[in-house]
Structure formats: structure tokens, C-alpha cells
Design a protein around this ligand. Structure first.
Ligand SMILES: [Zn+2]
Length: 196
């Protein structure tokens, strides 16, 4: 996680101006910021925010979501069944993919036209990977397939603490969660093309 904390310049300047050399730095409002692509619907955008807030309630770090800043890490939406989706699905052995987290560029991809509650679960799961969590046994948000839980379970919490993303294990004791995680989340698509 080293070097990933983008502290706000203003906060840093204030700390220097106040001579706050011994006290720990004030917590940054955003430990990491993700740019949300503009093609999510407003309901999906709200659900993304809700998923992010649900993580913020249990996690040590706080992520922020901003709109359409291409210089940031991204959360993007792709059409289900599109050529890009098919390529993605192929790269994961033909899974019926609803969401993907790529550790290499710390990006989240979610398919379009999901029912909102399913969309939020996919967002929760992929954000969990962004926090460094791997897959765990069901029932869990972080189970390798969607739908075994609608809220964090003890299995999620154990994994969250294990990687140091939740309170209970110091960051320095935590294993490095930056290993190129690449996870695809399969699940049922509510409408259209089931035959992939
Ligand atoms: Zn996953």
C-alpha cells in the first residue's frame, strides 16, 4: 500500500503552518480516489456511492468517487454481451461476467443493465478487491460468485482484517495486498443474453 496515500496539499500545508510535526497527520478524507465514468445511470451512480459508503463504515481507509476525471483510477461500465465483454469473458475462461477488478491498474469494470440491487452487490464485491480482499467461502460479499450474501458476513470481516483493510491487524503486519489481483465476478444476468 506504500505510496498510495494521496494527501491533500492543503491539509499538508496547514499541518506545516501549524507546526504539527509530532502529531500524526490528520486522516486524509480520501485515501484513494476513483473516477466514475459518465455512462453510469444516476441510479447506478447513487448505488456506487452507497457501496462505497458501506465499505467506509467498516474499513480503515476511505475511498472517494469523483465523476469523469480520466487521470484517476477508474470505475467503468461496459455493455453486457458487447465485443469487449466477450473478450473479457474469454480471458476468464468464459465466465458470465458481471464485474471485474484489475489489480494491475486498480480499475473496476461493471456491466450495464443490472438490476440496482444486483449492481450494488457487484460494486461492493469489486470495491472489496480494491481494498485488497480476496475471495472467501460463502456466504459472503467476497464469495467468488454473486448472491450468497447481501451484506458483509463474518467471512468478509475475517478476510478484511486479514489483509489489514479493517481494524484489528496493523497495516504493517498485513500481507501486501497489492499483488496483481485480477478477479472476475460471475452471476446471472437478469434479462437478455444468457447463452454465453
Ligand atoms: Zn472477485
Amino acid at each position: 500500500m506504500k505510496g498510495k496515500h494521496a494527501f491533500c496539499g492543503v491539509v499538508a500545508l496547514l499541518a506545516i503552518a501549524c507546526g504539527a510535526t509530532t502529531a500524526p497527520s490528520p486522516p486524509s478524507p480520501c485515501d484513494r480516489t476513483y473516477s466514475v465514468s459518465s455512462d453510469f445511470s444516476s441510479d447506478e451512480r447513487t448505488a456506487l456511492e452507497r457501496a462505497n459508503e458501506r465499505w467506509a463504515e467498516i474499513a480503515v481507509a476511505q475511498f472517494c468517487l469523483v465523476d469523469g476525471d480520466a487521470s484517476r483510477k477508474t470505475i467503468r461500465r461496459i455493455p453486457y454481451g458487447s465485443a469487449e465483454w466477450q473478450e473479457l469473458s474469454r480471458s476468464f475462461g468464459g465466465l458470465n461476467i458481471l464485474g471485474v477488478y484489475r489489480g494491475a491498474d486498480d480499475s473496476i469494470t461493471i456491466v450495464d443493465s443490472l438490476a440496482l440491487d444486483l449492481f450494488e452487490l457487484v460494486a461492493l464485491h469489486e470495491l472489496g478487491h480494491a481494498y485488497g480482499l480476496g475471495h472467501v467461502d460463502a456466504p459472503a460479499i467476497m464469495h467468488a460468485a454473486i448472491g450468497t450474501a447481501t451484506d458483509f458476513t463474518p467471512n468478509d470481516m475475517t478476510e478484511c482484517r486479514r489483509v489489514g483493510a479493517c481494524p484489528g491487524l496493523s497495516q504493517s503486519d498485513a500481507p501486501d495486498a497489492d499483488d496483481a489481483l485480477e478477479c472476475a465476478l460471475p452471476g446471472p444476468h437478469p434479462s437478455s443474453v444468457q447463452a454465453h
